[in-house]
Design a protein around this ligand. Structure first.
Ligand code: NAI
Length: 303
């Protein structure tokens, strides 16, 4: 390639944020032989992340080596051995070919993080955010043009170890080469990429949120109850989950935060009736019924 800045394959990756997404990304990258540093502000989060990865890998190991517990342990340990935890950001990113950010969904916090990353990461390091709902361009807007050219979205899905898709979000400042490098990385960790422009919801959430909101509005109008709507979409459209099961799984607070954000402030979506507030959704969230994680949403999950 002609560019000296982006010729080498990605080998060392640093994941910032050791929560459910960050730990999942670290686990998958290490499984596919990358050297991983997992950075979090909280040592407890790093410890929880390691336990989460150990459990998740343990389940895979059981299927891989059903007859051989020693093999299972070896396999899990060798993968965990490629993941180093750190609470020191500047050290953690100093050798990275790629930094993937998976911290709190807050634009100011993410901007501050990348200002710090830019101080310490190699000049040719690819910078990526796993944000679900913030504009990629805004997250990186205060960085230099050189840094912005190497900054993309890498949007993983939950649970990372199981979900095959990664949306590769390109901005107007990325070259073909950098997008290609991001695609190569996604494939190298066993995932399938879908490329998308930097617009609200990218592909999956831009289509799923209107769908979930329309399902809630059908319910509000008394057209059908949630069970029948879920049954209809599973058996009639072949979806693995119905829209209410899906909304409960995602978290009703998350669904509400995304649609409210788009309705009040989404680029090209502001005031769009697709994302109009739903009384039913608001009522559930106000009551603390957030879905699977709270034990109650559209359905009850308490035993
Ligand atoms: P989480 O709350 O489980 O984990 C966030 C972690 O980041 C915590 O361990 C926290 O200690 C750490 N953290 C916060 N600020 C930090 C900082 N300045 N430096 C280092 N570490 C910091 O969150 P989760 O669910 O893993 O989400 C992370 C990101 O991934 C968010 O941007 C979210 O929108 C995105 N995302 C979430 C999905 C989901 O289903 N939960 C799906 C796809 C993307």
């Amino acid at each position: 390639s002609s560019s000296a800045t982006v010729s080498e394959a990605i080998k060392r990756i640093t994941v910032v944020g050791g929560g459910q997404m960050g730990a999942g990304i670290a686990q998958v990258a290490a499984t596919f032989d990358h050297q991983v540093t997992l950075v979090d502000v909280s040592p407890e989060a790093l410890e929880r992340g390691r336990q989460y990865m150990g459990k998740s890998l343990g389940r895979v190991a059981k299927k891989k080596f059903p007859e051989d517990p020693a093999q299972q342990t070896n396999w899990v340990d060798s993968i965990l051995g490629r993941i180093q935890g750190s609470t020191e950001l500047s050290k953690g990113v100093s050798q990275a070919d790629l930094v993937v950010e998976a911290i709190v969904e807050n634009i100011n916090v993410k901007q501050r993080l990348f200002a710090d990353v830019a101080q310490a990461a190699p000049a040719d390091c690819i910078l990526a955010s796993n944000t679900s709902s913030l504009p990629i361009g805004r997250i990186f807007e205060n960085l230099s043009a050189e840094r912005r050219a190497l900054a993309v979205g890498l949007h993983f899905f939950n649970p990372v170890a199981q979900m095959k898709l990664v949306e590769v979000v390109r901005t107007g400042e990325n070259s073909e080469e950098i997008v290609q490098k991001a695609l190569d990385f996604v494939r190298a960790i066993g995932k399938s990429p879908a490329v998308c422009q930097d617009t609200p919801g990218f592909i999956v959430n831009r289509l799923l949120l209107p769908y979930m909101m329309e399902a809630i509005r059908l319910l509000e109008r008394g057209v059908a109850d949630s069970r029948d709507i879920d049954t209809a979409m599973k058996l009639g459209a072949g979806y693995p989950m119905g829209p209410f099961e899906l909304a409960d799984y995602v978290g009703l607070d998350t669904v509400k935060a995304i649609v409210d954000g788009w309705y009040t402030d989404g680029e090209g979506l502001k005031g769009d009736s697709l994302f109009m507030p739903s009384p039913k959704l608001n009522e559930l969230v106000a009551a603390g019924h957030l879905g699977v994680k709270s034990g109650q949403g559209f359905y009850n999950y308490k035993k």
